[in-house]
Ligand binder design. Structure first.
Ligand code: NAD
Length: 370
């Protein structure tokens, strides 16, 4: 069997603690399922700065470029607050996203039944929620030029950010959304602001044309992004896949995230284009949370976001659908059994640390894989 190469970048703070729990799952899959994962490991963020004076070394960048998938923990912490801007910990993540050309950010918002009461919405609105936000990650207003602040000389300044999208950028992100919808409930809702933005008009036209041309079997709706925000908190279960631009996606994915409870539960994937020869997409998987310096080193971090990110990796990089389903089921079962880390602790549940939560999920995963 061809090796499946994983490049692990645990990073700083709770990143390495959470990654340890993924390593246990990888080892089990290699031993018991002959999964053929070959792992290598590097430094990113503050730990890379301490070792190399850069947020990621060229050698590690090279490994990230050639691996089938990169698993990323978290970066940053007060120790590196004053390092020069271009080598700050986040620069490592931004470099990875840019050089790997990861233009599609996938943020699932899944509400495990056992955690429905922890949401800020009524449990019946979120219980069983399973939506996927597909956000364009490398274009739009965060990158468009001109991007300036000009002194107007009369005591006033003018700030300009530019929202730019070309047809191909909209096509490739919506193609991912349509393809993912086919593996789920076959519905896509595209969100933009075509009522006030030219980029919204083009977005709407391109998504509509691509749908007609290649994906007419998928149900497509369009919604203005502000109305989409409202609908996400009014009736989130109406959505399956949402596709939107960089700016709206940034906000809407955070709104959707909070429907599900804790930061410690949220995985993400960032995907690039399929390779012309191999068909494999470059991919990076990471929890949404940061390095959590307030709890780092205490062994109490919730590893679920990191483990669920690995489940996304199984699904999207290796097409190991049964294994991904089983790992996600294992997480749900452990939560159903009342096992909780401190961040999701509830009355009547049993509080555990990072390793015990990882072990409990692995035990369920083993049972489901038997
Ligand atoms: P954070 O996500 O690290 O933490 C926010 C709060 O959530 C903290 O109270 C933390 O203890 C808690 N939390 C987060 N993840 C948790 C987990 N898995 N289990 C239990 N509790 C968890 O965000 P922050 O405090 O704003 O940032 C801390 C550092 O992380 C900063 O240096 C920031 O720049 C960096 N950061 C990195 C990333 C990344 O690597 N992708 C993302 C966000 C923030």
């Amino acid at each position: 069997m061809t090796a499946r190469t994983l490049f692990l970048l645990p990073g700083d703070g709770i990143g390495p603690e959470a990654m340890t729990e993924v390593r246990k799952i990888v080892a089990f899959m290699n031993d018991a399922m002959d999964a053929g994962f070959v792992t290598d490991e590097g430094l990113v963020g503050g730990s890379a700065y301490d070792a190399h004076g850069a947020a990621i070394s060229e050698a590690d960048m090279e490994k990230a470029m050639t691996a089938d998938a990169v698993l990323f923990g978290a970066v940053g912490g007060p120790k590196w607050d004053d390092v020069p801007y271009d080598v700050r910990p986040e620069a490592g993540l931004l470099r990875l996203r840019k050089d790997l050309e990861l233009y599609a950010n996938l943020r699932p918002a899944i509400c495990y039944p056992a955690l429905a009461s922890a949401s800020s919405l009524k449990p019946e609105l979120v219980e069983g929620l399973d939506i996927l936000i597909v956000r364009e990650l490398t274009g739009g207003v965060y990158f468009g030029e001109p991007k300036t602040i000009t002194d107007l000389g009369n005591g006033q300044k003018r700030a300009i950010d530019t929202q730019v999208y070309d047809t191909y950028e909209i096509e490739r992100i919506s193609a991912i959304a349509f393809e993912l919808a086919r593996t789920r409930n076959n519905r896509v809702c595209s969100m933009e602001k075509r009522n006030v933005m030219k980029s919204g008009v083009l977005w709407n036209q391109v998504v509509t044309a691509l749908h007609k041309d290649k994906y007419s079997d998928v149900k497509l709706d369009h919604m203005l992004a502000d109305a989409g925000g409202m609908q996400l908190v009014r009736a989130p279960k109406q959505f399956d896949v949402i596709v939107t631009d960089n700016l709206f996606g940034d906000m809407l994915s955070d709104v959707a995230a909070m429907l599900t409870g804790s930061l410690g539960m949220l995985p993400s994937a960032s995907l690039g284009s399929p390779d012309a020869k191999t068909g494999k997409r470059k991919a990076l998987y990471e929890p949404v949370h940061g390095s959590a310096p307030d709890i780092s080193g205490k062994g109490i971090a919730n590893p679920i976001a990191m483990i669920a990110s690995f489940a996304m990796c199984l699904r999207y990089s290796f097409n190991m659908i049964t294994e991904a389903d089983n790992l996600e089921k294992a997480i749900a079962t452990v939560l159903d059994n009342g096992i909780r880390t401190g961040d999701i602790m509830a009355e009547g549940c049993r509080q555990v640390g990072t390793a015990e939560m990882g072990d409990a999920i692995l035990a369920e995963f083993k049972a489901l894989s038997a």
